[in-house]
Ligand binder design. Sequence first.
Ligand code: HEC
Ligand code: HEC
Length: 278
Amino acid sequence: MTEEHNGLTRRGFLTGMGGLAAGIAVGGLGVPSSMASAGQEPVWPMPYVKLDPEEVRKLGHLGYYEGECCRGAFSAIVGSLQKKVGAPFTAIPINIMAYGTGGVAGWCTLCGAINGASAAISLVSKNYKAIVNELLLWYTQTPFPSDKANALAVNHEYLVDKYKSDKALPPSVPGSPLCHVNVSRWCKEHGYASGSSERSERCARISGDVAAYAVELLNADMDGTFAPTHKFSAEVDGCRTCHKKGKDFDAGMWTRGKMECSDCHDKATAKLVGPDHP
Ligand code: HEC
Ligand code: HEC
């Protein structure tokens, strides 16, 4: 539809209905006049205020029960900011992150808790790249659920009435930011089916744990004290001397990434790496 056509339609519409009624009708379509006015850019980064990580840990768990991992972690942070700050956060529909469930619509790629928390981070901080990188490193190296998360469940201190499981669940280190790897390792290691209520409960606790850590990082960022503390494994550093984003094709720079290479590549068994590999 051209500008002109659009203008004509709108004029006709206004003439037909009268100014006030038309204004209400336009509002009803979800186009607030303040956002529609010319030249007004949405605010970014949005004005973060410090949140309590322990409160957010509970909200992330509750958020999972309401809308699963990605939406859950996002709602713990952005929902809190909607309550504490109001606008501009209130203009964001929390459901924008609903797609991320099960590593994006069940594809089990990026863990939804990371995805949702990272979206919240990049909504409120210009430092999003470094903070999200730190969040992923921490996640891959941390046993989940955390002791704090298990204690909240055992003591019934989460914000839900009926628990999928209130047991202290055995922890596993994901090793990977992929939902598939994290879920599969934990399920196989501890004998739970991927469709079990225990698996689901663990993901609820992870949603809270990840949102809480994201808030710790954001609080430090706000204080100007954020500093990365987690490191890549020696193996990833080693492979990345040649295999990273770069211009030297012949040296191996036709790939990029920071995940644990040996999760998928293995010299000994020649799994995706030829036996004559340097
Ligand atoms: C989640 C699994 C996974 C992880 C983790 C992973 N890769 Fe891969 N990688 C693959 C797959 C699958 C391919 C595609 C293989 C193909 O089609 O030949 C690939 C391709 C590659 C290739 C090109 C292979 C070729 O045939 O030329 C290189 C080099 C490579 N990866 C290096 C790495 C390095 C270095 C790391 C760690 C920083 C890493 N990969 C982590 C799964 C993975
Ligand atoms: C010293 C540089 C260097 C390092 C370190 C290195 N690679 Fe490579 N890699 C290469 C080069 C160059 C090729 C291309 C070889 C070829 O085409 O014959 C290659 C090829 C590959 C391939 C494609 C399949 C194959 O065998 O040709 C994979 C997968 C791979 N590397 C994974 C890894 C992983 C995983 C690590 C870490 C354990 C690693 N590489 C460390 C330089 C390196």
